[in-house]
Design a protein around this ligand. Structure first.
Ligand code: IMP
Ligand code: MG
Length: 176
C-alpha cells in the first residue's frame, strides 16, 4: 500500500482494533459507573477511535474535543499549541482524554499541563495505540488499547502528512 512517497504494509485489521476498543469501552463503563464522565477526544486522530468507543460505552457521559498543533523545530521535541479547547466547564468533572496514539508522550504531557489547575475531580488518559519503547514520560496512562513497536503507522485515524486517516486497517511503514 502506497501513500505519497512511502510504502506501508498491513499491521492490524479493523476487527483486531475494534475488539480492543470494545474491551476498553466496557472497562471504562465499569470504572465510571454511577458518574457522568466528560470524554475529551484529541483531534484529528481520535475521530475513528471515539466513534467506535461509544458503540460500547452505554452509560451517561458527555463528549467534547480538543485540537493541538505541534511544530517540529530544530530540536526533536515539538512545541505544542492548543488550537481548539473544550467549551464545557471541566470543574469538578471526571475527565477522560481519548488519544489515538501515545508515542514520545510529548503531546500527552501538554494535555496534562493544559488540564491541571482547573479543579478537575479526576483525570485519566485512554489511548488506542501505545508505543512503550518510545514513551519516556512519568505520567501513568490508565487505558491502553494496543501496544505497537516504535515504527510509523497509518490508518484508523492516524495520518502520514494528512493522508491515510480514512483507512479501516492499520498499516506500518515498510522497511526497504
Ligand atoms: P507524541 O510523540 O506522543 O507526542 O505523539 C504525538 C502525535 O504524533 C500523536 O498524537 C500522533 O498524532 C502522532 N503520531 C505519533 N506516532 C505516530 C505514528 O506512528 N503515525 C502517525 N502519527 C503518529
Ligand atoms: Mg494525534
Amino acid at each position: 500500500m502506497r501513500l505519497l512517497d512511502q510504502d506501508f504494509e498491513l499491521f492490524l485489521t479493523q476487527a483486531e482494533i475494534e475488539s480492543a476498543i470494545a474491551a476498553m469501552a466496557r472497562q471504562l463503563a465499569e470504572d465510571y459507573r454511577g458518574t457522568c464522565p466528560l470524554f475529551v477526544g484529541v483531534l484529528n486522530g481520535c475521530f475513528r477511535f471515539a466513534a467506535e468507543l461509544f458503540k460500547y460505552y452505554d452509560a451517561p457521559c458527555e463528549v467534547s474535543f480538543v485540537k493541538m498543533a505541534s511544530y517540529q523545530g530544530l530540536t526533536s521535541t515539538g512545541i505544542v499549541e492548543t488550537l481548539l479547547d473544550v467549551s464545557e466547564s471541566v470543574e469538578g468533572r471526571d475527565v477522560v482524554i481519548l488519544e489515538d496514539i501515545v508515542d514520545s508522550g510529548h503531546t500527552l504531557q501538554h494535555l496534562v499541563t493544559h488540564f491541571s489547575d482547573k479543579n478537575i475531580r479526576s483525570f485519566k488518559i485512554a489511548t488506542l495505540f501505545y508505543k512503550p519503547a518510545s514513551y519516556d514520560k512519568e505520567y501513568e496512562i490508565a487505558y491502553k488499547g494496543i501496544d505497537l513497536p516504535s515504527e510509523f503507522v497509518v490508518g484508523y485515524g492516524l495520518d502520514y502528512n494528512e493522508k491515510g486517516r480514512e483507512l479501516n486497517n492499520l498499516y506500518i511503514l515498510k522497511n526497504t
